[in-house]
Design a protein. Structure first.
Length: 248
């Protein structure tokens, strides 16, 4: 049984991860910026981009659990949908802060706990935007590429301590968050929501979006002994994205 921390575990991909790890018999602790209630696992309020809050979270984990086996650094926001000249610096900074600095802070405070036990798995939620360039999504794509650089560095840095590091790159995931992306992208490109949706689906060889549970099942594998020699890898769970620029 592993002790698993999931940031942004209150909804979407994070909630699916929590459910899958819990169902597999692991101890689960989630954080989110809003209260998480009515769940059979632990939950804390925390902003992934707030260092003081994250330091306190890991102090609480050390006191309660003593260590940590699996980190799912999942916190992220979509950021603005706009051409680069129309992106406000404050919006850029907030998007990069939550997506990239949030992942850094989680890894920074998880590393000492995992080093002490000479084992652990760090799983970062990147995106297919961390593999391809995405028009009108410069802050998000830059942050998600940054996560992959962070992950690969940590795989080398922490590997000697028995700590594995990998990144999952979801494609278009069914749910509320993706609906917001579709609406913003449709407005930015003068298209309908259904045209943008069709463009995303047509850009995959499987002609489909993915479900949050698809991402969660990959996280469960990467956190398990079955992935004991899997590290430094960028794994897309996206139905094979070929064309990231949606067209009608």
């Amino acid at each position: 049984m592993s002790r698993v921390l999931i940031t942004a575990g209150g909804s979407g991909i994070g909630r699916a991860m929590a459910q899958v790890f819990h169902d597999a018999g692991h101890d689960v602790w989630v954080t989110d910026i809003v209260p998480v209630t009515g769940v059979p696992w632990r939950a804390s309020l925390a902003d992934a981009a707030d260092e003081a809050g994250m330091a306190q979270l890991f102090a609480d984990i050390a006191e309660s659990w003593g260590t940590l086996d699996v980190l799912c650094a999942n916190a992220g926001i979509a950021g603005p949908t706009a051409t680069v000249e129309d992106v406000e610096l404050a919006d850029w900074q907030r998007c990069v802060s939550v997506n990239l600095e949030g992942a850094f802070l989680a890894a920074k405070y998880a590393a000492p706990l995992m080093k002490a036990q000479q084992s652990g798995a760090m799983i970062f939620t990147s995106s297919t935007a961390g593999i391809f360039g995405y028009p009108n999504r410069a802050p998000y794509a830059a942050a998600k590429w940054g996560i992959i650089g962070l992950m690969k560095t940590l795989a080398m840095e922490l590997g000697p301590f028995g700590i594995r590091s990998n990144a999952i790159c979801p494609g278009a995931v069914e749910g509320v968050r993706m609906e917001g992306v579709l609406a913003r992208e449709a407005a930015a490109k003068g298209m309908t929501r259904d045209q943008v949706y069709a463009g995303y689906a047509a850009g995959t060889s499987m002609r489909s979006f993915v479900a949050a549970e698809d991402i969660a099942q990959m996280a469960l594998f990467l956190g398990s002994d079955a992935a004991g020699r899997v590290s430094g890898q960028v794994i897309a769970v996206d139905g094979h994205t070929e064309n990231p620029d949606p067209k009608p």
